[in-house]
Design a protein around this ligand. Structure first.
Ligand code: DON
Length: 563
């Protein structure tokens, strides 16, 4: 840890405000918050060089691909939500797509049984990566600096190495058995002498540095064509994967229209399908808008009951209606309407839990993970960027593209492999999210920007699979209903429910025993989860005082840095 801290201190200049304490970090000019301190610093450097929030966000994204390989990536995908100070908003969808040769039943055996491991580990689990296309689209259209400048820190961290954080070293070591299975991954994630990685050990990734340099030189063609594409296809061929040259060449990131809605005095701007995040978040807020939540008290049984009932209803809609809008017709207008929310609210019994459908057998309820990652950036002009990106599971499908040095995703598991079969987050779905060639799998990622009186109030997001939506939901309520500062709002204990499985989860020691007992007596199946839920990275504004507050989740090891 000492070397890691020293490394940070060397990079940091004295004028910076740095920390990950209980108090939010305060700054006047700009703020970067990410799950990894070195990636945060990469973004800050760009802001200080005069780059805008998009430049800085892209710098953070590429840096995370090096220093936070469990989730940061160029082999995965994500969503970027940009709001410029002139009021213009753009969202970029760079979600992975299924390969063109993917088929609806590709994870079923001949008897039609779902072979769950196939969509989670190894070659067949990978979707066509979108991260490079999306980040470069953002940079070209909305950034101001060159690729060379923006990728400089990432290349440096890869080429010269960076000292491993204790958590990352432990995480890599804990996955040794799986990395063993893939020779290309073994080369990077298992030491030649078989010894475990140690905290502060320098982690050098030369192949990845070379890949990043090809991206600097040739832009998206440095990834989707030429040597990198050849290496991806060769890797696929070695292991029976489906991604082809044609899949890579034809991948396109898309600029989508955000979903927006009012919640009391606030305006919510979030991601439209193929993420379910923004839609579900707005539905949740619409439903609870009809209650006086403040008077119930934060995390009281009455409060949690209402949140849970709203979650139960919204996740059942998610399972039925949400999917890639290029393939299915998502009835967004209706789902987002206040009228529909009122109808849903009216169906809530304020004293009793409404049972969800029959509880499914064998569903592992939502193991907690740190495998997606979020970052929030604000620049001196007041432009805001909120990005969530992922490989899906930790280290994705565990397959490193040989000689290219990066991991591929296991995002195919986000499809509904068979109607009614839960994915790794216990989420089920049907036709709308069934596998089709070239389709984007449904996401829960919810990079969100909240406005008040037309000005930015909150820039927020988190990892956590199915819990992403409910985490962002609760953080918004914590700030808007309960007046918490951004650090308190992020650190406060969270709950989660998602229709099926029909359980109400709370974080370890997150609820008082009498609250749990009250909820049980109302008919909820209340379960304490083993660990924590999500790892949010947020920024909040006090326009009167001219202060930007940044906060990283105490559940992770990220950093908020402002200047
Ligand atoms: O797109 C999604 O919703 C998932 N692939 C996110 C996975 C995730 O958050 C895992 N990490 N905690």
């Amino acid at each position: 840890m000492k070397i890691y801290i020293l490394f940070l201190i060397i990079i940091l200049q004295s004028a910076l405000v740095f920390g990950a304490s209980r108090d939010p970090i305060k700054a006047k000019n700009g703020m970067v918050v990410s799950a990894d301190p070195l990636a945060t610093l990469a973004g800050l450097k760009i802001l200080q060089q005069g780059g805008n929030a998009v430049d800085a966000a892209v710098a953070v994204g590429f840096a995370l691909a090096v220093t936070y390989p469990q989730a940061g990536n160029i082999g995965g995908g994500g969503f970027m939500n940009i709001r410029f100070s002139d009021g213009k908003n753009y969202t970029i969808d760079y979600r992975e797509k299924s390969p063109k040769s993917a088929t609806q039943n590709m994870y079923l055996d001949s008897a039609g049984n779902y072979i769950s491991d196939k969509s989670k580990f190894g070659y067949l689990a990978a979707g066509v990566p979108g991260a490079v296309a999306g980040m470069l689209l953002g940079l070209e259209k909305y950034g101001t600096l060159s690729r060379e400048k923006v990728l400089q820190s990432a290349i440096q961290y890869a080429e010269k190495g960076f000292p491993l954080h204790y958590n990352l070293a432990s995480y890599i070591n804990s996955e040794k058995e799986i990395f063993e299975k893939f020779p290309s991954s073994k080369k990077i994630y298992i030491k030649k002498n078989g010894e475990p990685f140690l905290e502060d050990e320098l982690f050098i990734q030369s192949d990845l540095a070379a890949t990043l340099k090809r991206i600097v030189k040739n832009g998206r063609d440095g990834f989707y064509k030429g040597k990198t594409a050849d290496l991806i296809v060769e890797e696929m061929n070695r292991g029976g994967g489906l991604i082809s040259h044609d899949d890579l060449k034809s991948y396109k990131a898309k600029i989508r229209t955000a979903v927006t809605n009012k919640y009391r005095d606030y305006e919510i701007i979030s991601l439209a399908p193929p993420s379910s995040g923004g839609t579900a978040l707005i539905q949740l807020l619409n439903i609870v808008e009809g209650y006086n939540l403040k008077s119930m008290g934060h995390n009281s049984s009455q409060y949690i009951h209402r949140l849970t009932e709203a979650m139960r209803r919204v996740y059942s809609d998610r399972a039925e209606y949400l999917g890639d809008p290029d393939f299915v017709n998502v009835p967004l207008k209706w789902l987002l309407s206040k009228e529909y929310a009122t109808e849903r609210r009216n169906s809530i019994d304020t004293l009793r839990a409404t049972p969800s459908q029959q509880i499914r057998n064998g569903v592992q309820p939502l193991q907690e993970t740190t495998q997606t990652t979020h970052y929030s950036v604000v620049d001196k002009w007041g432009n805001c960027v909120s990005v969530t990106t992922t490989l899906n599971g930790g280290f994705g499908n565990y397959v490193v593209v040989d000689d290219a040095g990066f991991l591929l995703n296991n995002e195919m598991d986000d499809f509904s492999a068979k109607p009614g079969e839960p994915n790794m987050f216990g989420l089920i779905g049907g036709f709308a999210n069934a596998i089709e060639p070239g389709k984007r799998m449904l996401s829960s990622m919810t990079p969100t920007i909240v406005l008040k009186n037309g000005k930015p109030f909150l820039v927020i997001g988190t990892p956590g699979g199915a819990t992403i939506i409910t985490t962002v939901f609760q953080i918004i309520l914590n700030t808007t209903e309960f007046g918490m500062n951004i650090q308190e709002a992020i650190d406060a204990p969270r709950i989660h429910a998602q229709w099926l499985p029909d359980i109400l989860l709370y974080e370890k020691n997150g609820l008082a025993v009498d609250v749990v007992n009250n909820l049980k007596s109302m008919g909820h199946t209340v379960v304490e989860r083993k660990g924590t839920s999500g790892s949010a990275e947020g920024i909040m504004f006090d326009h009167k005082k001219g202060i930007i507050f940044g906060a990283t989740d105490s559940r992770g090891y990220g950093a908020a840095v402002g200047y």
